[in-house]
Design a protein around this ligand. Structure first.
Ligand code: ZN
Length: 424
């Protein structure tokens, strides 16, 4: 089961300390490069101006903890890396109980969950703990140590282009900046890895496929800053891969127009696989479609997710862990994206080569015995011929006659063999 492989890979990468920059991102990308051929890892130097933003200093952490007066580590980054507020500045100091309490972040609503907090653009420090952990602290002094560093380094990202016959690209973009958090977000990069591996095994692809692994927001902005012309020239459709690991819900977030080809393909797949899903409009966006689809950039991106970011209780907490996601969750997501790819690969436009209705019987296309199944197949065949005017795409015909495109494309193949249809 492919879901098992993806889940195991997620577990393998789960404990790496990722952020928007730093060695954790590089380690993650290096691991992916061992699975995906021709995977490119690129670096954008700190201080690079990208549109309205500047690539921040690179952040790395060796260790971080809080010790009580007896020397017991009561908060330990090495136990769970989300204990440390992302981008915390270094500190090594004994502080009072009151000072420590002011630097702790908790989630009173979920007293057993550690929240995930970052402070990328304001230099600060802090620890994230459970509400229960905070309530158990005694009034004493604490030794706080954060062995972190900021340097003039770079922001790392990865990408791979899998070339098809057409230069037109279908883009899958995913982010790689969260530490030990599963559905949001490691599920995205690991699914993207396995989709890329899957596509690299297919010969004669019609479209080209680009997989982009970037830190969220600043990474997308840095990527667009470097690659905007190419993206504008070649992008046919785009998907943000995120929140694809749990097995609770399916969600779809539309592109800005809601009517781009990525929306049409995603909705066709979800509807025809008879999957129950919650539909979100572009107002409810929250990931890198914010950058890809901003005015002037105008690239069509939508998302098919499981439980959407911000919509599940475990989101951005220690409860979004390896228990929250599952092999079944990944299996479902993988199969949907495989189907989405299948639709793009098969959505041709056809034209009939015969005036009037072709005589199916003399070509052996008309069943000798009439059953309900054969009746429906002839109906679909005749409908396909009738709508194949060289203008309507197979997807449009499939929606019109309410047949999954993956069934219709088999019929189209048959009609091509019998020289009734041709591709335009
Ligand atoms: Zn997130």
């Amino acid at each position: 089961m492919i879901g098992n492989l993806i889940y195991d890979y997620c577990r393998e990468l789960f404990y790496i300390n990722r952020s928007i920059t730093g060695n954790g991102v590089r380690e993650t990308l290096k691991s992916i490069s061992k699975k995906v051929d021709n995977f490119q890892i690129r670096e954008v130097p700190s201080g690079t101006k990208c549109f309205d933003w500047v690539v921040p200093e690179e952040w790395n952490v060796k260790d971080a903890f809080v010790k009580d007066e007896k020397g017991n580590k009561i908060i330990d980054f090495k136990e769970n890396n989300i204990h440390l507020m992302g981008y915390s500045k270094p500190i090594d100091k004994v502080i009072s109980y009151d000072e420590l309490i002011n630097k702790l972040y908790t989630l009173p609503r979920f007293p057993n969950a550690i929240p995930y907090i970052t402070s990328y653009y304001k230099k600060d420090w802090g620890f994230c703990v459970t509400e229960n952990q905070k309530n158990n602290l005694k009034n004493q002094n604490y030794h706080v140590k954060i062995d972190s560093s900021f340097s003039n380094g770079s922001l790392s990202y990865g990408e791979v282009l899998i070339k098809g016959k057409s230069k037109k690209e279908i883009i899958f973009s995913t982010y790689i900046c969260h530490p030990s958090l599963a559905n949001d977000n490691l599920s995205g990069p690991v699914l993207a890895t396995y989709l890329a591996m899957h596509l690299q095994k297919i010969k004669n692809l019609r479209f080209s496929y680009r997989f982009i692994f970037i830190p969220e927001t600043i990474g997308a902005i840095a990527y667009l800053n470097e690659n905007l012309n190419n993206l504008k020239k070649n992008t046919y459709a785009g998907f943000i891969l995120t929140c694809v690991g749990d097995n609770n819900n399916y969600s779809y977030l539309s592109s800005r127009s809601g009517e781009s080809i990525c929306d049409k393909v995603a909705l066709h797949v979800l509807d025809n696989l008879k999957i129950k899903f919650k539909k979100y409009s572009f107002h409810e966006r929250g990931s890198d479609e914010r950058q890809y689809s901003s005015p002037g950039i105008d690239l069509p991106f939508c998302s098919v997710m499981r439980s959407k970011y911000g919509e599940f209780d475990e989101y951005h907490t220690s409860l979004d862990n390896l228990d929250f996601i599952s092999s079944e969750g990944f299996e479902g997501s993988f199969n949907i994206y495989k189907k989405i790819i299948h639709v793009f690969e098969n959505n041709y436009t056809y034209k009939t080569m015969i005036l009037g209705e072709p005589q199916l019987g003399k070509r052996g296309l008309y069943p000798n015995t009439s059953t309900k199944k054969s009746h429906n197949e002839v109906k679909d065949l005749m409908n396909l011929i009738s709508y194949s005017d060289g203008k309507k795409s197979l997807l449009e015909i499939a929606n019109e006659i309410k047949v999954p495109i993956w069934d219709l494309s088999l019929l189209a193949r048959k009609l091509i063999e019998h020289k009734i249809l041709k591709k335009v």
